[in-house]
Design a protein around this ligand. Sequence first.
Ligand code: XMP
Length: 581
Amino acid sequence: MQVAPTPQIAVLDAGGQYCHLIARKVREFGVYAAVYPSETPAHALSGAKGLIISGGPSSVYDAGSPTVDPAIFSALHPVLGICYGLHLAAHLLGGTVTRGVKGEFGIATLELENPSNPLFDGLPPMQQVWMSHRDLVTGLPEGFRNLGRTVTCPVAAAGDVARGLYGVQFHPEVVHTTHGKRLLSNFLFNVCGCAQDWDPGRRIPMVEESIRETVGSRNVFFFTSGGVDSTVAYTLCRHALGADRVRGVYVDTGLMREGESEFVKRAMPTVSIESAQDEFLLALEGVCDPERKRQIIGEQFLKVQERVAEQYGLLDGHWILGQGTIYPDTIESGGTAKAALIKTHHNRVEGVQRLLELNLIVEPLSSFYKDEVREIGRELGLPAELLDRHPFPGPGLAIRCLCSSESGPWPSTPINSVGVQGDSRSYAPVHIVDEFPIAAAGLHATATELINGTDGVNRVAALVASRSPLSEMQVSASSLTAVRLARLRRADHIVRSACDRTGFEKRVWQFPVILIPLGTADLPDSIVLRPVDSVDGMTAQSVLMEERELRKLAEELLAVDGVAAVLYDLTHKPPGTIEWE
Ligand code: XMP
């Protein structure tokens, strides 16, 4: 097995969702980085050439909030604080951090104040950056100079150049910070003097070796979904252990898209199909809460596994479970030491946690992101038909079929959705605007303004077409029923066919179609269109469709039985997650 080099960059985890993303971006530059708890003592980090303190959901003034050993600032290596990392540096070195009047979530323009410093070397005086914060640095520590500002944030970058201490309020690790990569490379090579010592091309043999190590002499029983992650993980296991030691099973949960089981039969002939629609639907009967749905689905998968294991005689202690879990699935379930719980992933429910503790699970891709998984799949020679599929969540249509325990007129009875603001999860009413002026310039900017300026709002959707005015609509108490799932499956199929036809499918990273219980007495549901662009699912941009195509699609969707209206989600992530639950 490849022995990882001593990390040149130590990323201190202050609980931010993007903590591992920082380490991964650093590795992309050929520099080995590893993640450490933020409180790691300075002497334990002395081998590193530089430190990066991640963002985090807390406020430096909160009791018990993550901190760092102040001695790291007087050690010999440079430090870059990102977001909360900047606040920590300012706070511990004698500056001031204050709660902002309003949050800043999304794209902003950074204006450099003192451009001639090694961190911003070669970067333009004005640049797009990506923000997710409410707290601000309002007083700089001694020796620090302000390096940049945005309209909302007077100290968006600061540094003590002589001591190699820097902090940025924005997130250079996120793709929407246009020059983020250059800034990170400046930090690594100009400021820290790192050398290249890491080759991502070596990861397949490394992963295969670790599969053999985890599995030992046992065999693997793999749940595949037909999606990219489980297909790549299954293939890695077959390569690492030999095809006869890995058994693949696809469970038809009844929560899949139209034609999915047929696709799996055709594309993955070595996988057996297990039908469990009735079990899943029965277990989910009357359940409205999204977290509960995920937990039930995760546990249900385990029950099917037990049943199948018995059926195939896999209970002799020689089999362990394989899963296609990827890095964001673990991190959003609180996978780093301090990350806020964004959602419980279905393959992180209690039963699975137990198996993990007992060393009865192998997850070959749990430290990789979607784009890396696709790359690994290409290196393994898997066909584009499998690799280029849009991501589809494990709990399937269950988390795209929104339920309500209450009935009443909208908006006093709201439709709630999940969002992620400043590293924590929010669950709030969706703001729906009555019309969709698709040709209007700055539609997304207006939506972002609306969310940033309104407390308790994390998502904006606009009405594209409807059978009756929004003001006359109501929310009806509803759960996951066969009828509603069939309605959503039909709508989803119509959207996918239209997008295949127009080529829009290839323009977006993912296109959830969501059913919400907003409508009239005769037509109880509405359809939400949520096309997004993304690189790794950690952040995303809402994407607009061409107007003529959208109007045509909306007409087709209004013809689906029980559908009252079609809405379009204009929210970027953050503040809104990609899925509505
Ligand atoms: P969010 O909604 O958190 O989604 O912005 C980010 C990515 O994760 C997918 N997703 C899930 N995948 N189980 C999964 O396997 C889940 O419970 C789940 N929830 C979200 C989502 O489709 C997107 O690609």
